[in-house]
Design a protein around this ligand. Structure first.
Ligand code: IVH
Length: 676
C-alpha cells in the first residue's frame, strides 16, 4: 500500500474509532460491536507500529476511551483506570496464559476468573470509612466526579465497617466496580417510561451509563442502579491477593459478585468461561464475558502493564448477541390462525454462533415507533428466545431515498383477503377460513386433541391431504369418507388405517357442542370462552343470530370477543362451512337449557338496561337471566328501553330513564318478576 494511502487509512480509522468512543461513552449509544471496535483498533495499532511517524497525539491508540462530559468536575484518578485486552477464543486465552508464564518464570501462580458485568465502571474513594467521592472512568487518567449520583446507589455503603487486616485497619481505600441495572428493573423502568410517553432505553448498559450522567441526583435516585465491586487498593495496609481483596470487600459491606472462582490452570479458566457462556441467561443481569486476573498482587505488579492494559488480566468476551446488518425487505408471515407478523429479511449475519437472515418485527406499531425502513442498517439482538429481534435503526447509516414503511392492506396469499386490525390492538389478522397460508394450521387445530380429537388426523396426514387437494377447510374432513379407497391406496396406508381414520372422523361428530365452537377457530374463542358461549347460546342458530350486545351480556365475554364472534358468523363463507358441519351431523347444540318460552313471562321480548350495583346479583348474572327468559340487554338508555334495573350508585342512566319516563325496577322487583 502506498504511504499516502496508509496515512489516509490511519486517519480514517482514527475518525471511526473516535466517533465510536464518543457514541459509546458519551452518548451511551454505540454503533460498533466490541469486536468491530477491536478490529479497527488493531488495524490502526499495526499501521502505527510499522510507521511510528503516523502516530498523532489524538490517536485512539494513545488513550483509552473517554466519557468525560463538560457538566461534571473532572478529577484525576489516584491510579489510572486501565482497560482490558480482549480475547474471543480459547486459543487467544491460552496465548495470554503463555505470556504470563513466560514472564513469571517457574513461579507458581493462580488465576481468579470472574464475570464481566456489562455496565459502567466506577471508582469510589473512602476516607476513614466514609464515601468521599465517586468518579467515572473517563479517559482512564481523569474522570467525572459524579459523587451525588453515586450516593443514590442503594446497595453501596456510604460508610463501611472498618476491617482489621494484615496488621492494620482498612478504612481508607479506593474501591472500583461496575454499576449496572438488573434486567427486571430495567424492563420495569422502560415499561413505565413507555407509559409516560418517554423514550425507552435500548439495553441496561446504555441506561446505566446515561443515568450516571444525569445532572439531577433526585432523578438518578429513582432509577434502579446497582453495583458489583471488584477492586480494592489501599496504601495503609499491604494487601496480598485479588481473591483476598474480594473477601475484604465483602466484609466491608460492598456488594461483590458471588460467582468468582480461583483457577489453578488456564484449563480451569476455560471451563469457567464455557460454563458461564452456557449459563449466562440464568443471571438476572447482563454479562458480556469473563475477566481473568492473576491472583497474587505481587505477581500483578511484577507483570506490570503494556500501553494502557495490564499484563496480569484479560477479558474473554462472549459471542456478541447483537449485530448490525442491512434490512433487505419486510415480508409478512401468516400464523396458524391468521395472525399476520411482519418479518425482517436481513442480509445474513453471524450472531451468537448462527447465521441470521430473518428476525421478527412484531407488528405495525413496532415498525412505526422505530421508523424502520427497507434499506436501513439495523441492530439485531438474540435474547433469551430463539427468534432474533430487530432492536433499532442506525439512523446515521440510512441511505438516501428510503420510504417510511406502510403496512400492506391485504394478506400475501393468493386470495389477497383484506387484513383486519382489531381496535386497540397492534396486530393484523387474515380471517379467511380458507386462506391457503393457514389451511394446515386451521385444520390441524380443528382435529387436535383439545378440539375435535380426531384420531389419526395429525399434522403429517393433514399436510399430505392438503397437498393432495383433499382438504381445503375443516368441513372437508367430513367428506373424506368418499375417498376411502383413495386413502387406502396411499403409501403406508391400507384398508385398515383408512377405516380407522374414517371411524375417528365419524366419532368426532358426537363431540360436545362447545368443542365444536372451539375447533372452528374463531379468534379469541379459546376453550373456556367456547364453553361460555355454548352454555348461553345453546344452539348454533341462537349463536348465529346473537348480536354484539347479547354476547357482551355474558359473563366471560367482552367486546373484543363479541366483535370477533359476530364478524366470524357474519361471513358467508364461514356460515357455509357451519352448514356443511350441520349436514354431516356434527353436534351443534348443547344440552337444553331452561329457556322460558316468549310470552310466558314479563321479561320476554323486553329490553333491559342494567345500572349501579345490585344487592345480590352481579350485572352479568342478571343479564344472563334476562337472556334466558327471552329478554335483551342494552348498554344505553333510549326510548326503546323497556325497563332499567337499577342498583346502588346508579348514575346518568337512571337520570335518563327518569327523564324518558322509563320504568325503573329494583333487584327485588326483578326477582319477583322471575317467578311470575
Ligand atoms: S477488572 C485492569 N473486573 O470491563 C482491570 N472489570 O473492559 C480492569 N468490568 O473497565 C477492570 N466486570 O468496566 C474488571 N469483574 C470485572 C469486571 C470489569 C466488568 C468492566 C470494567 C472495565 C471493563 C474492561
Amino acid at each position: 500500500m502506498a504511504n499516502q494511502t496508509l496515512t489516509e487509512r490511519a486517519e480514517q480509522l482514527r475518525q471511526q474509532l473516535n466517533e465510536a468512543n464518543y457514541r459509546y461513552y458519551v452518548l451511551a449509544d454505540p454503533t460498533l460491536t466490541d469486536r468491530q471496535f477491536d478490529e479497527l483498533l488493531q488495524e490502526l495499532q499495526a499501521i502505527e507500529a510499522a510507521n511510528p511517524e503516523l502516530i498523532t497525539p489524538d490517536s485512539p491508540t494513545q488513550r483509552v476511551g473517554s466519557d468525560l462530559t463538560p457538566s461534571f468536575p473532572t478529577v484525576a484518578h489516584l491510579r489510572p483506570m486501565l482497560s482490558l485486552g480482549n480475547t474471543y477464543t480459547p486459543d487467544e486465552l491460552r496465548e495470554f496464559d503463555r505470556r504470563v508464564r513466560d514472564r513469571l518464570g517457574d513461579e507458581p501462580f493462580s488465576y481468579v476468573a470472574e464475570l464481566k458485568i456489562d455496565g459502567a465502571s466506577l471508582s469510589m474513594i473512602y476516607q476513614n470509612g466514609v464515601l468521599l467521592r465517586g468518579v467515572t472512568r473517563g479517559n482512564g487518567e481523569q474522570g467525572d466526579d459524579i459523587t451525588p449520583n453515586v450516593r443514590t446507589i442503594r446497595t453501596l455503603p456510604l460508610r463501611v465497617q472498618p476491617v482489621v487486616a494484615e496488621g492494620g485497619t482498612l478504612d481508607s481505600f479506593e474501591a472500583r466496580g461496575e454499576v449496572y441495572m438488573a434486567d427486571a428493573d430495567f424492563e420495569a423502568m422502560n415499561a413505565e417510561r413507555e407509559l409516560a410517553g418517554e423514550k425507552t432505553f435500548a439495553n441496561p448498559r446504555n441506561s446505566t451509563a446515561g443515568t450516571l450522567k444525569l445532572l439531577d441526583p433526585k432523578i438518578v435516585a429513582g432509577r434502579p442502579l446497582n453495583v458489583f465491586v471488584y477492586y480494592l487498593y489501599s496504601n495503609s495496609i499491604r494487601l496480598q491477593s485479588h481473591s483476598g481483596n474480594l473477601e475484604y470487600l465483602k466484609r466491608l459491606g460492598f456488594p461483590t459478585n458471588p460467582h468468582w472462582r480461583r483457577c489453578a490452570t488456564i484449563a480451569d479458566v476455560l471451563e469457567y468461561c464455557a460454563e458461564w457462556e452456557r449459563r449466562r441467561s440464568e443471571l438476572p443481569y447482563q454479562i458480556d464475558g469473563v475477566v481473568v486476573k492473576v491472583d497474587s498482587l505481587r505477581q500483578q505488579e511484577e507483570l506490570g502493564m503494556i500501553s494502557k492494559s495490564p499484563r496480569w488480566a484479560i477479558a474473554f468476551k462472549f459471542e456478541a448477541r447483537t449485530a448490525q446488518t442491512r434490512l433487505n425487505d419486510i415480508t409478512l408471515q401468516v400464523g396458524r390462525l391468521g395472525r399476520v407478523t411482519p418479518v425482517a429479511e436481513l442480509q445474513p449475519v453471524l450472531l451468537a454462533g448462527s447465521t441470521i437472515s430473518r428476525a421478527t418485527l412484531h407488528n405495525e406499531d413496532f415498525i412505526k415507533e422505530r421508523d424502520i425502513r427497507v434499506g436501513d442498517t439495523v441492530l439485531i439482538e438474540k435474547g433469551g428466545d430463539v427468534i432474533p429481534k430487530v432492536n433499532e435503526v442506525i439512523l446515521a447509516e440510512r441511505p438516501d431515498g428510503t420510504e417510511p414503511y406502510t403496512f400492506p392492506e391485504r394478506c400475501p396469499c393468493p386470495l389477497k383477503t383484506k387484513l383486519h386490525r382489531p381496535e386497540g390492538r397492534a396486530d393484523h389478522f387474515c380471517e379467511h377460513a380458507e386462506c391457503p397460508w393457514q389451511i394446515r394450521g386451521r385444520i390441524e387445530h380443528f382435529a387436535s386433541r383439545a378440539a375435535m380429537d380426531i384420531e389419526g388426523l395429525g399434522e403429517k396426514v393433514v399436510d399430505q391431504f392438503v397437498e393432495l387437494g383433499w382438504l381445503a377447510n375443516y368441513a372437508d374432513i367430513y367428506d373424506l369418507h368418499q375417498r376411502r379407497s383413495q386413502i387406502a391406496a396411499l403409501e403406508r396406508w391400507g384398508q385398515k388405517s383408512a377405516d380407522n381414520l374414517l371411524e375417528g372422523i365419524e366419532q368426532s361428530k358426537s363431540q360436545p357442542y362447545h368443542r365444536v365452537l372451539f375447533a372452528i377457530g374463531v379468534r379469541h374463542v379459546g376453550a373456556t370462552v367456547a364453553r361460555a358461549l355454548a352454555s348461553h347460546f345453546n344452539t348454533i342458530d341462537r349463536l348465529l343470530a346473537a348480536t354484539q350486545e347479547e354476547l357482551t351480556a355474558v359473563n366471560e365475554i367482552g367486546p373484543q370477543i363479541a366483535e370477533s364472534v359476530v364478524r366470524y358468523f357474519g361471513d358467508e363463507g364461514n356460515r357455509a362451512l357451519i352448514e356443511r358441519l350441520r349436514a354431516a351431523g356434527v353436534t351443534l347444540e348443547g344440552p337444553a337449557k331452561k329457556v322460558i318460552a316468549a310470552g310466558d313471562n314479563p321479561i320476554a321480548g323486553k329490553t333491559f338496561v342494567l345500572t349501579g350495583t345490585l344487592p345480590t346479583l352481579t350485572r352479568d348474572q342478571a343479564g344472563a337471566m334476562i337472556l334466558e327468559r327471552g329478554g335483551k340487554t342494552s348498554s344505553s338508555v333510549s326510548k326503546k328501553t323497556d325497563m332499567v334495573l337499577a342498583g346502588a350508585e346508579a348514575g346518568s342512566k337512571l337520570t335518563k330513564a327518569q327523564e324518558l319516563g322509563i320504568r325503573v325496577i329494583s333487584e327485588a322487583e326483578f326477582l319477583a318478576m322471575l317467578s311470575e
